[in-house]
Design a binder for this molecule. Sequence first.
Ligand SMILES: Cc1cc2nc3c(=O)[nH]c(=O)nc-3n(C[C@H](O)[C@H](O)[C@H](O)COP(=O)(O)OP(=O)(O)OC[C@H]3O[C@@H](n4cnc5c(N)ncnc54)[C@H](O)[C@@H]3O)c2cc1C
Ligand SMILES: NC(=O)c1ccc[n+]([C@@H]2O[C@H](COP(=O)([O-])OP(=O)(O)OC[C@H]3O[C@@H](n4cnc5c(N)ncnc54)[C@H](OP(=O)(O)O)[C@@H]3O)[C@@H](O)[C@H]2O)c1
Length: 502
Amino acid sequence: MAFHLIIYLYSILQWILDKLLSPIPPPPHAQLHRPRIAVIGAGLTGVSSASHCVGHGFDVTIFEAGDEKSLGGIWAKVNNTSGLQIHSIMYRFHPSVKWSSGYPDRQQVVSQITQLWKRYGLQERTKFNTRVTSVSKDKQGRWIINDPSNGRFDGVMAAVGTCGDPKIPHIQGQENFQGEIYHSSKLDGKTAEGKKVLVVGGGASAVEALEFVVHTGAKSTSVLARSEKWIIPRNAIIDTLLAFNIFGEETVFSWIPESLLRIFFYRDLDDLAPPAGTGGLFTGTPMVNSDIFHQIRVGKAEWLRGDIQAFTENGIRFNHRARGVPKGGPGRESVIEGDMVIMATGFQRPSLAFLPDEVFQEPYQPPNWYLQCFPPEHMSVCANNCTYVNAIGTVGNYHIGIYTRLLLMFLVDPLARPQEYWMKRWIDMTRTLKSFAPTGAFDFFTYSELMYWFVFCVVINPFRWKWALFVFFGIGEALPLSVVKEEERFRNGLGMKRRYHE
Ligand SMILES: Cc1cc2nc3c(=O)[nH]c(=O)nc-3n(C[C@H](O)[C@H](O)[C@H](O)COP(=O)(O)OP(=O)(O)OC[C@H]3O[C@@H](n4cnc5c(N)ncnc54)[C@H](O)[C@@H]3O)c2cc1C
Ligand SMILES: NC(=O)c1ccc[n+]([C@@H]2O[C@H](COP(=O)([O-])OP(=O)(O)OC[C@H]3O[C@@H](n4cnc5c(N)ncnc54)[C@H](OP(=O)(O)O)[C@@H]3O)[C@@H](O)[C@H]2O)c1
């Protein structure tokens, strides 16, 4: 009863968010006259960004390297059993998204992305099988994507994600192994029933693989993890509270959430938590899961810390390390037998090398960009959701719209545009503020820090105040646009030309 009530209230909340905050889709085949944006990638970030653009009257073309089956990006490529670990309330990548459960699976995520793509008429604005290899400027300063036949653009939204092709390291002796080896994203149609399974890796995919094999009836499951990583509960309130750390780094208070997690979540399995003085909670992306400790407690799985030495014919030679001993350090070697090995070793990071060379110059190379995603040399380029390294928060959330609308504001309002000099000073300032962080200033952030950056970006410049509602909520663009028109008329009177680009 209580569950149904919560789901009902959740649906109402989503309906209200949609009505209040979703931009109105353009009519079919509408000619959109505002600046043109090239969106690179048709994952949830690309589709969401493009729908915000067309909803506000900006023309877009989405360039997607894969074919139509790639719509949805990484979610189109992973296992059917994959699903959200964080609660879907933290995974609202567009205001019109409607989740029917707290933890949707892969198909539900892809379906929401596809519906959004259709709702905003993006079918006619998407070029599949078009990998972007170069982004350069013509003489008028407009962007050319690969070659001029693709058109010219005023802005570029790079949305290539962080998970490209599966990463499968070659491990010594692999060819001698008599059992099966699969990447963690290629488990559809496989079964672990009655098998001894070894999972290589200790990230979110390892946790997911563990759940998969345990639920298909594996005889035993051992996760072979070489690094210490935090695991946090699958609980929307706790996860949101952790993302509330506005400093976006380890602070003198980090021992509080760390101790609470040890006492109330790890409990008897405290040995699996990173020891004090090594990786703090606010240094790396934690894994979100509540089931795994249960599986370990009931003896269905084990989590082993150490280094893989080599494959043998019937398993993996593994160097078990004690808690706190660093990677490659001394330990006790043994062969762990297995019939099936799942390489949960991650994904290649998609390249941003198509962007002009100047955006990669130290010390302002990604992720060290303005608000982490605008290279200071080109404010008309936004690399949305694809420059981050580690974070507590979520990739598919509200900020996709905020970043997109910042780009739109920069394109249409010359007075609101950031100057290269000030973008670099903001990066320097953030580095100074986070100089005590154990990670690089932009190598870790929390969702609150991200929100603080946006607020600061708008509050600091009086010419952006009129855009505040639009940037944060996507509403009220008529007022700033009319002000910009007046300013333009004034500038034209002074003989200055209208320019969308830098
Ligand atoms: C199994 C799994 C579960 C996950 N669960 C969560 C979760 O619970 N919470 C969370 O926050 N995140 C999660 N993630 C992370 C996930 O990557 C993001 O949530 C999100 O889906 C990323 O979307 P994206 O659009 O930014 O990138 P992607 O989905 O990776 O899409 C990028 C697209 O860009 C295309 N592309 C790349 N390069 C080019 C190019 N040069 N030219 C043209 N096209 C190009 C690719 O083909 C791809 O279609 C999960 C990831 C995996 C693998
Ligand atoms: N449902 C979910 O929430 C979910 C599920 C899957 C993935 N994701 C997301 O997808 C992204 C990728 O996650 P992922 O787990 O696939 O990759 P990942 O986070 O990069 O983790 C890869 C793991 O493999 C280990 N590894 C790599 N090479 C190894 C080798 N040669 N020997 C031993 N271990 C090796 C790594 O150890 P080191 O750390 O020491 O390098 C790491 O523990 C993340 O953003 C993650 O949050 C989310």
